[in-house]
Design a protein around this ligand. Sequence first.
Ligand code: SF4
Ligand code: SF4
Length: 472
Amino acid sequence: MQTPETYQESTFRDRPTTFSKEGKRLWLFPKMPKGKLYTIRRIIALTLLTFFYAAPFLRFRGEPLIFLNFLERKFILFGNTFYPQDFYLLVLAVIALIVFIVLFTVVYGRVFCGWVCPQTVFLEFLYRPIEYLIDGNSEQQQKLAVQEMDFIKALKRILKHGIYLVISFFTILTFISYVTGTVELGKMTDGWPFKESGLLMGVLIFTGIHYFVFAWFREQVCTMVCPYGRLQGVMLDVNTILVAYDYKRGEPRGKGERGIKGDCINCYNCVDVCPTGIDIRNGTQLECINCTACIDACNSVMKKVRKPSGLIRFASEKSISEGKKVKFNARVIAYSLVLVVLLSLITYLFTVRGAVETIIIRSQGTMYQEYGNDHYSNLYNLQTINKTNSEVKLELKLISPEGEIILLGDSIQAKKGEVAERNLLIVLKKETVKTSNCPLEIGIFENGKLIDQIKSTFIGPNSLDREATGRK
Ligand code: SF4
Ligand code: SF4
């Protein structure tokens, strides 16, 4: 850990770890991590990757599991169709997500980056393992990088980059199928080259970008481009739980007698596995994506030298400086509760969202009408949005006050995704209309089951009209 004195001498903050003094790119050859945390990360990453590539082919209630048609503004999530009318839910979800990310980062650091961010998942669990498979481990990769080009090296380079390009190509097609659906994409890509040259061009351009990011640009996305990484400085504080080196226990580092030296044997294993090339012993750094590879590496070293694990661990700066265990203090508990409430709220809003949405408003500019001798009527416009995956047939009943609903035109039927519009009359007995603005409650029924209740008003004669007609 840096003290004010050593900090002045340090060079680690002078430039990014992937840049030489002259400003040239320094290629990283991180060792493949091994350990409990890496195993858990791999399970999570492989689950996410499988889901990503399989989801466009999966169906739920006859619909794609996930369908994000931004062009037609139609979205399907787990069998639920969302239309522009549900835009407020999207806005709420985005606001809640931003608050969630900020609070989560304040309490638990940048765990998202190292565990579920697509950049890390693709790089560390798809592209990097292919590199280990073809080019060998970290040392072999370094040797290969500096050796003269020969047949074997050329073969390895062609094989690796060929596989990278194929993966990038199918990854871009997968992304597109989330927008178009697999059936439509199948039609668009029928024949070779694709039927539509514009599509082919787009796919090739994005394949090139994807390949460039994962074959060459790599960790620089996290250390130099990603805005979330840049925000760490304002979101973290001494109580934030993150991957941290216990300098109290580890320093002074070096191989030496117990009691004279600290527990860190200065083996650099934690640096060798770091995908962003930093030394976590220098303290919390912007480049740390909390991937926990250094925790696994150091724990295995501690096991070999028969010292307790956890020299690098999830801890807050405060807990390390005070030599105490991380405690779930009031702030952590309060923020965690807010996170749970936010998640519950979003889930609730999505689940209570009406699958059939009906709007009934009185026709603009119309007044009450005499209907026969004993009744008044008002004209209304009805709009029904069917967000279900099947046709709906609705009936209307006046819940209060007593009266009649007369539908003008066909019965209310709306096919999947359709909007049905009708006009209707509400007819009330004159003695029921006691004020000029009489409250109404209309029940919406589907197959005899009440699915919605709508409040509206009924215009009646005002007091002057009543006096003129002698009606009370
Ligand atoms: S792996 Fe552990 S012991 Fe080795 S240098 Fe890193 S902190 Fe020190
Ligand atoms: S310092 Fe550790 S947790 Fe941070 S990026 Fe490097 S290996 Fe991952």
